[in-house]
Design a protein around this ligand. Structure first.
Ligand SMILES: *[C@@H]1O[C@H](CO)[C@@H](O)[C@H](O)[C@H]1NC(C)=O
Ligand SMILES: *[C@@H]1O[C@H](CO)[C@@H](O)[C@H](O)[C@H]1NC(C)=O
Ligand SMILES: *[C@@H]1O[C@H](CO)[C@@H](O)[C@H](O)[C@H]1NC(C)=O
Length: 266
């Protein structure tokens, strides 16, 4: 073969590769995912179907769905909910977080974080922050933290919960659509609730076990919440949203993005 034959062969190969790439992009399956990428996250053409090369031993029955948004990812779902194949939420992680949409993850925060707040305006109707501190069985390699305090601020009212102590009061700030914070002591539990627009939020705090259980009824804040518990739009895939609105994949990076600025803890 002379040089020009070589060149032609290379060009032909390049041409075939280009055709294959173009065909892949034409694929309906991939188009479907493309339109589902969150705003600002580019659709990526992958040469291997991510699900064909990934396993999730922690959840052997999980369904794999390839995700081409911002990279070549294999996303695993159990009962329609995204699961984290790298974290055994049942064993190693504490606190175990579950977003409003049902995504489970493990995050070891220290100090104050936004648990959830109204994200529909720069003047939120309410904000709930919690403080995490290290547990006694925490070690340098395995930091374990737990919730010790809660700060519920609704309009110009607040309730600061510290163990079984609850301090309520009013600030000079504005009132909002939200109504009074209701505090009930029940045995070793504290139940806090408030109503904003058509929605009632309930925060149940089991003091000894450091378990916080949050729920809400109503529709006004669907897809309008943000914080460690996600946006409550019914979709587990976009729950890791940072304060600037970016959807990310890393639980630690997501958790840290919700650290309350300017708060110091010992
Ligand atoms: C409680 O949270 C509100 C806003 O979320 C903040 O302005 C206030 O300083 C906090 N109070 C305490 C005691 O942390
Ligand atoms: C939290 O609340 C839900 C719904 O009411 C309930 O199913 C779940 O068992 C509760 N979890 C804890 C730890 O109390
Ligand atoms: C909170 O506790 C009350 C009973 O005290 C219960 O009816 C409600 O379902 C609980 N909510 C959550 C989110 O656990």
């Amino acid at each position: 073969m002379c040089m020009s034959d070589h060149l032609r062969l290379v060009l032909t190969l390049l041409c075939i590769v280009t055709l294959i790439t173009a065909r892949r992009l034409d694929n309906h399956e991939m188009k479907r995912h493309e339109s589902e990428c969150p705003p600002g996250v580019p659709f990526v053409a992958c040469f291997v179907d991510p699900c064909s090369v990934t396993e999730c031993p922690l959840f052997p029955n999980a369904q794999c769905i390839s995700n081409y948004c911002g990279g070549c990812y294999a996303d695993f779902y159990v009962d329609g909910k995204l699961v984290d194949c790298t974290v055994d939420t049942g064993v190693s992680g504490d606190p175990h977080m579950t977003t409003f949409d049902g995504r489970k993850y493990s995050f070891q925060g220290l100090c104050w974080y936004t648990l959830f707040k109204d994200c529909s305006s720069t003047n939120p109707d309410f904000e709930v922050t919690t403080m995490f501190e290290p547990r006694e069985d925490s070690s340098f390699e395995h930091v374990k933290t737990r919730t010790v305090s809660i700060n519920i601020t609704v309009g110009n009212e607040y309730a600061i919960v510290n163990g079984l102590d609850v301090v309520t009061g009013k600030t000079e700030g504005h009132g909002t659509a939200a109504q009074a914070i209701n505090v009930q002591h029940e045995d070793k539990k504290i139940k806090l609730s408030f109503i904003s627009k058509d929605t009632k939020f309930t925060v149940n705090w089991t003091v000894k076990k450091h378990i916080l259980n949050v729920s809400f009824s109503g529709n006004a804040y669907n897809n309008k919440l943000c914080g460690l518990l996600g946006n409550a739009d019914g979709d587990t895939r976009n729950d890791f949203q940072t304060p600037d609105g970016a959807v990310i994949r890393d639980a630690v990076e997501f958790g840290e993005s919700w650290k309350v600025k300017g708060k110091e803890c010992d």
